[in-house]
Design a protein around this ligand. Sequence first.
Ligand code: IVH
Length: 680
Amino acid sequence: MEKFEDSQDAMARVALLRTQIEHHNELYHTQDAPEIPDADFDVLLVELRRLEAEHPDLVTSDSPTQQVGASTINTFAEVVHQLPMMSLDNAFDTDELTAWADRVRRRLGDEASEPAWVCELKFDGLAVSLRYEDGVLVQAATRGNGKVGEDVTPNVRTIAGIPQELALGAPPVLEVRGEVYMGLQAFADLNARQAAAEEKTFVNPRNTAAGSLRQKDAKVTATRNLSFWAYALGEMIDGPTLASHHEMLTWLGTLGFPVNQKTKRFENFSAVIDHVNHVEKIRHDLDYEIDGVVVKVDALGLQTGLGSTARAPRWAMAYKLPPEERTTTLLDIEVSIGAGGQATPFARLEPVFVGGSTIAAATLHNADQVAVKDVRPGDTVIVRKAGDVIPEVVGPVLADRPASRKPWRFPTECPTCGVALVRPEGEAATFCPNHACPAQVRGRLEHFVSRGAMDIEGFGEQRVDLFVTEGLLSDVSGIFMLDFDRIAAFEGFGELSLNNLSAAIETAKQKPLGRLLFGLRIPHVGTTVADLIADACGDLDGLERATQEDLEAVEGLGPIIAASVYGWLRLDHNQELLQRLRVAGLNLNAPQASGDQQEQTLEGFSVVVTGTLETMSRSDAKAAILVRGGKSPGSVSKATTALVAGAGGGSKLGKAETLGVPVLNEIQFVELLATGQLPA
Ligand code: IVH
């Protein structure tokens, strides 16, 4: 970050940052239409704070660092908060969080014992304050600038989870604060309804929740299925004496407020650190979005002692999870040619850290998607990467685009071989029609050697590239006829490495027919279908003899797959390829072609596999299920018998738990295969 020697420069930068921050505050809090992701906003605020710390003479009481939210309020009646609605300070890593805990301990005095901490999720919605008089909801307000908010009472009354009346024992005046949010299912349903009505879909649940709450017509809010979590108190008259934050949450629960069950209390801070790391891993298993963990000092007496700054309490800290949306520069749009000839446009990006990793490229899918998003080289774009989902360019920041920038045009020729690209009528995809296009050859080879296919160890992308460039390989059969004398002359190929490569290729020759069929990239043939075909036909000769009707009759294959396989086998270059593979001595049999049929232990069972298993690949696990008469679909449903979960199994685990589907580890899976019995 820049360091300003000259206080004139610092003053100018501070002024610019304040203008930008106020602009984005207004867009976020008042218009519910931010131009930039929260993480980019945080970067501006952090820089302003740092400059103000370095130049205390520049601090002013109206600086955004001293304020909460936006100052402009319109449309709704004003509500003056009896107690200010504060913001939270942020920690962007565990060191900052630990430094905050140290500050807390110092303020409490060295002689004080370690305070207890409460960790709540940081829900990504908007804060509201609910006022109850004699147990009846009389007013609901947004946070606004922290001192004055907006009256959204009619809108809040439409939220099913917010009690209109409290259980007996509620004090005469009670203000409960918490977050209104839109759950992921509600968001998906809303977008499905929008799409069905050919209306614009919404970008993310947080802005949609904010926009839905701040509707002039509460009937619109009522259709948006908003939810609420309570997490704080405002004004309270004649309430019970509460000693701690967690006691307060329990009490709010008894009064009828939704309180989040993932809240945890810890006696020492190392457990807090473990917990925030844990939340980072499970954030995508939740059915609502969070952007961090709020750590609070539990004892209310200690909270009072610690007090607040102008903006935020000293007794709480928001630990921010790595951002999932950032802005960056779209350097260029390029087109890559896949193994099947598909021409896919992708964004080349100024590298940006988002969703836990640095992203320098993101697919733009097809020509229509580029047109819909209207992203242009040079644009500032919003990039999103959430969990296992592939990185996505959400759209351009139009405010940053000069008027002269022209829309991007899809190329007319293949960038690799120069042959004219074609877009079949009615299809979204564009293709390079040249089967010999070097990009396609590389793609087919990379797929063939990959883990799910022939799984040839030591045969990665780089080696494929080298062998193709050096003219040693032009199709997958060439792998089994490689000229090892020539390879020995290349850099990085010592005796051991050559022996290993040769052994891996020999092993691959013995892979069952299903793997080979999958490796050949026949359109519509994934691992499961490949195994079904192999099992049904027994061997390659049987497959070549099969008519289209025979293939269609195989359970699990429809007319589209049957036509695709039948047609593929009849193309001359594929016939020649299969002949070369025969000559190379590959195993062309399905595992059970020898006659001893596997015991059908899994007949009628539906077993889903997720994550990385230790002793077998996922496709081997699926094949093992299929040959025992079971099914192995790609997703968990009520009909699933069991979920086999290896390392890193993400959202499927959460779904299985929700639906009560048994989750098996690898040992239990092997037992299930052998016995057809689920563990007790
Ligand atoms: S406590 C005085 N707890 O985060 C402290 N806030 O960035 C008041 N938020 O304005 C806030 N989850 O809208 C608190 N468990 C949680 C929260 C939470 C989300 C929001 C809230 C607040 C913002 C500050």
